[in-house]
Design a protein around this ligand. Sequence first.
Ligand code: PLP
Length: 402
Amino acid sequence: MALYSEDNPMIPSVLPTYNRAPLAFVKGEGAWLIEADGRRFLDLGAGIAVNALGHAHPALVAALTEQANALWHVSNLYQIPAQQALADALVEATFADTVFFTNSGTEAAELAIKMARKYWYEAGTPREKIITFEGSFHGRSTGAIAAAGSEKMVKGFGPLMPGFVHLPWGDHDALRAAMGVDVAAVMIEPIQGEGGIRPLPDQCLKGLRDLCDETGALLILDEVQCGMGRTGRLFAHEWAGVEPDIMMVAKGIGGGFPLGAVLATEKAAQGMVVGTHGSTYGGNPLACAVGLAVTKIVSDPAFLAEVTRKAGLLRQKLEGLVASHSDVFEGVRGTGLMLGLKCHAPNADVVQAGFTEEVITVPAADNVVRLLPPLTLTDDEIAEAVRRLDRAASKVEADAAA
Ligand SMILES: *Cc1c(COP(=O)(O)O)cnc(C)c1O
């Protein structure tokens, strides 16, 4: 069949739901991505916060190949030792009593929603309402787009799953007014990722926990992007000293292998008995072997302390970058190695100029450029990254002046 070209505007063989950069990476080494033409890009995107330990980390390659040589898939009709080991590790390291494994963040969102509603159904006082927030992102399934509710994601896909109440970000009065005894759960990202690296202040998360406790609503935290060590704690909510009832995890936990999880307290999970949920691939041996290797490394307090130290170094250098390019950048925001450069110039121009300087960043809403580097980024790579971003910013300035 004829292939797509400008003269032949039929649909491309890959469904065109992405506006892809003309870059084809063929190899990865730590924080570096090698393009088909041999150019070496410094990767501050990490596949959107996925490659938490960089590319081709020896411990992950070993875990994957060892499991690949032993067993790939059996289904959840049987015991899966690698899945059990990863669940035990997550339960030991967090608030959670129990874990269900998925293949993605979106699937984790679906289960979190089902679990919260089932909890209230089993309690004998059904509640359907789930409060979510403007600017949030929970995935692309019909349930997850209904949860986030942004016009851009939902348009044309109705009718949407009912029951979500969307509140403005950071509006305490609106939250207090919406929190009644009919609310099943509140679902929120401790740091909005796609929404533009917007952190929820610690006191707001504490206040939210208190409001949930007053009304009985379950607190669902979406740590798909901000979790797994990215902020310098294993999970971002630990900074606020509060615990959720249900938490969604994905992205970093697989280090690049598709893996997600829902972590929950025994109480929140009590409705999810035999037959209420499932997944053919979820928690498969390959994903869990890699996930366990990631979790062992990332949950080490010494590793997390290094993330915080390096984040401080990167942030300090970024503040300098912003100061010397105040026409391009407005400021730095975020926590740990989940940082955003709020831009004056169009963020797409900054990302594009970065490609020219062989440094990879990721755009987000609110005219922000995201920096989500591998947590293993070295001090030298931090310095090199900021040199490249500095040249990219100069390029944006030169293009604007031209
Ligand atoms: C990426 C993301 C998701 C969706 O995860 P997928 O693996 O793409 O399905 C959900 N929530 C947040 C906060 C995310 O960043």
